[in-house]
Design a protein around this ligand. Structure first.
Ligand code: HEM
Length: 506
């Protein structure tokens, strides 16, 4: 028997197998669709539906012009709240429908995973709560979560110390200052102290110091993330020496603290039991359960990645918008005056109702995580968005990416009214004409469902504390940037043009 006589039947068998697989897949998809009444959502107009080159080009141009989020809003307005498109052969469904988002994040949580996140973020932060799925993720979350109870978060001395460093660096002569840069350093200092027990000391760090190197490496690595997110598994094949070098610097810094803590462990524990050292350190608690130094480093870096830029972004955008709304600043100061100049306690912060409205509104208009996505692990469906009425369930084939834009969701007129694009903290007040807003799944700055942000209270406490202390120190906040707000997109959202203000001291 010759090679060619063997080849022929095996080719025929392979083709037959392929055809049967395609046909049986088509049958099972159409059965799924008919059982659940699924209809297709509108398709985004694109020149071809394989690579999506026109969409990729338009996306890159929007990122360059710092208005990709606004472009997404316009695209949704002109297409539908749920639509499909194809990029590099991938079926993508985009949605800003609260019912669909609730389905992805909560009701059908186990039908989805994080897709290629581990390939994009893994080299920097390894495997931890932010980059894993399934039982592994549940185990990690169970270890991390107890570190964010009220008791741990309510210790405000640390925030005061780092705010003190910030205050010392701010000009008091009204000259223009970019607060955003200071907020990124302050949140890096507080987060590293909370997590590792030692602040990196980024505030006021000299050029070329270790803190400066760490901050620059961490920032650089994070700014690579949008591109790395787009590449997904392809990151494995695209060399990036600068990114690798930045990861090395971050790892070396974190390893040092992990090793130091592991070697001083006995002393720390003894000091804690005698009450000599009452400072709360996340690393200490996590090290009780995670013994491998590399795993411990990864767990800590995952939380640092999740927590630092998000809080800095919230503060930067808050001061950006406050500097353009002197009336809101005045009202905030009046509320803060009830403290009569003393340092706020945790309970004081909780009682400042207008401050809460301001933060809600900043998180609505400038959500630090403005876009997110999940990948379907199995054939599943979204509850709404399909068919001519756009209300039928939508089939989501296994392997599809479902993208949800929090930025666009938070600007929906049917949820937030005709003034959805405007900054109006009062809309959150219980004294508002229509009563307080209750947007449910229409407002998700901290996400929702089983993966809801664990650091929400920590972030709100740090942001509230900083705003109160700024109110106590500055009577006026003058905007020194008269252009429109533009996005600053790394892994998270900040202000693209910084937060340029003039400060008038009390
Ligand atoms: C304004 C500040 C913050 C915002 C808007 C925010 C928002 C979010 C969002 C939207 C997610 C879900 C991401 C996803 O599922 O893909 C998330 C997850 C997470 N956040 Fe935050 N976050 C903030 C601050 C913090 C802080 C300060 C920490 C810790 C110090 C933190 C720790 C985490 C962790 C560990 C997760 C992963 C939870 C999991 O996957 O189970 N976040 N955050």
């Amino acid at each position: 028997m010759t090679f060619s006589t063997l080849l022929l039947p095996s080719c025929a068998l392979s083709i037959l197998y392929l055809l049967t697989s395609i046909i049986s897949r088509k049958i099972s998809v159409s059965r799924f669709k008919s059982i659940h009444g699924c209809l297709d959502p509108p398709a985004l107009p694109q020149r071809e539906r394989i690579i999506g080159l026109d969409l990729l080009k338009a996306g890159a141009a929007a990122v360059k012009a710092k208005n990709s989020l606004e472009c997404a809003v316009r695209r949704i307005e002109s297409t539908a709240n749920t639509f499909s498109n194809t990029i590099v052969g991938l079926n993508i469904i985009t949605t800003v429908d609260p019912a669909n988002i609730q389905s992805i994040l909560a009701q059908k949580f186990s039908d989805y995973d994080l897709g290629g996140r581990i390939y994009a973020w893994g080299p920097l932060v390894g495997k931890g709560v932010f980059t894993s799925d399934g039982p592994e993720w549940a185990h990690r979350r169970a270890i991390i979560r107890p570190n964010f109870t009220k008791q741990q978060v309510a210790s405000l001395d640390m925030f005061e110390r780092h705010f003190g460093h910030l205050l010392a660096l701010l000009p008091r002569d009204g000259s223009t200052v970019d607060l955003q840069k200071f907020f990124f350093s302050m949140t890096l200092d507080s987060a590293t102290e909370f997590l590792f027990g030692q602040s990196v000391g980024a505030q006021g760090a000299g050029h070329d110091s270790e803190a400066d190197h760490f901050q620059r490496a961490f920032d650089f690595a994070q700014h690579q993330m949008p591109d790395r997110n787009r590449l997904g598994i392809m990151n494995l094949f695209v060399p990036n020496a600068k990114f690798k070098a930045a990861c090395k610097i971050v790892h070396a810094w974190a390893d040092r603290y992990v090793e130091q803590w592991l070697s001083d462990r006995r002393t720390h524990k003894a000091q804690q039991s005698t009450g000599e050292n009452s400072k709360y350190v996340c690393l200490e608690q996590i090290a009780d359960q995670v013994h491998d130094p590399k795993q411990l480093r990864d767990e800590m870096l995952n939380v640092l990645l999740a927590g630092r830029d998000t809080t800095a972004g919230l503060l930067s955008n808050a001061f950006h918008v406050l500097s353009r709304h002197p009336d809101v600043w005045r009202r905030l100061r009046t509320e803060v005056e009830t403290l009569r100049g003393r340092l706020p306690t945790y309970e004081d912060l909780k009682g400042l109702k207008y401050l809460k409205c301001v933060l809600n509104e900043v998180l609505r208009l400038y959500p630090p995580v403005p876009t997110n996505a999940r990948c379907a692990k199995v054939d599943t469906m979204l509850p709404t968005g399909g068919g001519p009425l756009r209300t039928s369930p939508v089939f989501v084939p296994k392997g599809s990416i479902v993208v949800y834009s929090i930025y666009a969701l938070h600007r929906r007129h049917d949820i937030f009214g005709r003034t959805a694009e405007d900054f109006i903290p009062e809309r959150w007040s219980s004294d508002s004409f229509d009563g307080p807003l209750r947007p449910g799944w229409g407002y998700i700055p901290f996400s929702g469902g089983p993966r809801i942000c664990v650091g929400q209270q920590y972030a709100l406490t740090e942001a509230s504390y900083t705003i109160v202390r700024m109110c106590q120190n500055f009577v006026e906040l003058q905007s020194r940037d008269h252009g429109p707000w533009r996005e600053g997109l790394g892994l998270t959202l900040c202000s693209g043009e910084g937060t340029k203000v003039g400060l008038v001291p009390v």
